[in-house]
Ligand binder design. Structure first.
Ligand code: COA
Ligand code: ZN
Length: 316
């Protein structure tokens, strides 16, 4: 019997840390990465290449990325908001970049100080910089493009689905190797997710698609189920549910990694991730980040005695 798999990508070191008050040391960040890999979570957004003036937490982006590249089994990615960020990531030797732009023009202006159209043009420049690089390593970099505020925006309000789909087409045409659809501010509901993700998947063909949900209004995991219905098998999540965008009013955390893995495994999807190990990492990180709002049902209540990992069931 072939196991069906799902991927959980840890974004706590990026989305999570951009909102917390305590600046973690580079060693702490790398310990978090290494322990996630040991727990079976190998896809990690390890940092963000933004100016340290804007997000001081990422002043050590180069050191974190360099250290992350030395961790066996880790597929390290970084967020970049512009060409300059991508160049910094190329220089460090990262082979996976997550570019982000917002479907809400208002949010894009606040977040990256340019229009959505200008950000889409910047993505095309990043693709060109990669393709024209004299370095074969740089040319092999996977360029993912993320569409933030795809389900609505705290500043602009409604975001037109046709605009999101048009943006996905533009990014694909520009050469995106992967598309992420993000509910940055927790506005999405399952019906909306099912409808939009079906349409996105109809456009993307062989290009992988991921969803990035925030649990701001309690629908994060319901939205995962809706995205699964539509055919999505890759999800961003944050250990302890940390996260949020500093440039979106009232933003709160991502869907919680532990709970997301629990949900996917319960649905029979093998994530390769050990929830017990995640809980132990969470405890360490909670000790490093006093006063931060950690969320999560499994951390509170524990796994049910009846829980069996999808992998175990498939072997039985
Ligand atoms: N990394 C480091 N430095 C950068 C940079 C990057 N990615 N992008 C620009 N800079 C530097 C420039 O070199 C310039 O430096 P200088 O003043 O020494 O010459 C300075 O920052 C201003 O550059 P400019 O291109 O005018 O940027 P900006 O001020 O218009 O800011 C962004 C644009 C995209 C850099 C900024 O809005 C940003 O970082 N936004 C991301 C916010 C974020 O992290 N949001 C949450 C995640 S979605
Ligand atoms: Zn986010």
């Amino acid at each position: 019997m072939t196991k069906e798999t799902a991927q959980v990508r840890e974004v706590g070191l990026r989305d999570g840390l951009q909102m917390v008050r305590t600046i973690l040391s580079t060693e702490q960040k790398l310990e978090w990465c290494a322990r996630m890999v040991d727990a079976g979570c190998t896809q990690i957004e390890v940092t963000s290449f933004v100016p340290p003036k804007i997000v001081p937490q990422f002043a050590d982006a180069v050191e974190v990325a360099t250290g992350a590249l030395k961790i066996d089994g880790l597929h390290a990615a970084a967020l970049v908001p512009n060409l300059k960020g991508a160049q910094r990531a190329f220089d460090v030797g990262l082979r996976k970049i997550h570019y982000v732009l917002s479907a809400s023009n208002e949010h894009n202006l606040k977040n990256v100080r340019r229009t959505t159209v200008e950000s889409a043009e910047d993505f095309a420049r990043i693709v060109a910089a990669r393709d024209e690089s004299g370095d074969a390593g740089v040319r092999s970099t996977v360029l993912g493009a993320g569409v933030a505020t795809a389900f609505g925006c705290t500043i602009q309000g409604r975001v037109d689905e046709r605009f999101v789909l048009g943006l996905v087409e533009t990014l694909l045409k520009a050469g995106a190797d992967e598309i992420t659809i993000a509910d940055t501010v927790g506005y999405a509901n399952p019906g909306q997710v099912r409808a939009l993700m079906r349409r996105v998947l109809a456009l993307t063909g062989d290009v992988p698609v991921a969803c990035h949900f925030h649990d701001t209004r309690g629908l994060g995991l319901a939205n995962v189920i809706a995205a699964l219905d539509a055919g999505v098998r890759s999800f961003d999540a944050s250990l302890g549910g940390l996260g949020g965008c500093p440039f979106a009013p009232n933003a709160t955390g991502n869907i919680n990694t532990e709970d997301t893995v629990f949900l996917l495994e319960s649905e029979g999807l093998d994530t390769g991730i050990d929830i017990g190990a995640l809980l132990a990492i969470r405890e360490t990180i909670a000790g490093w980040l006093p006063g931060e709002p950690f969320t999560g049902a499994i951390a509170r209540a524990g796994l049910p005695k009846t829980f069996a990992r999808a992998e175990t069931e498939a072997l039985a």
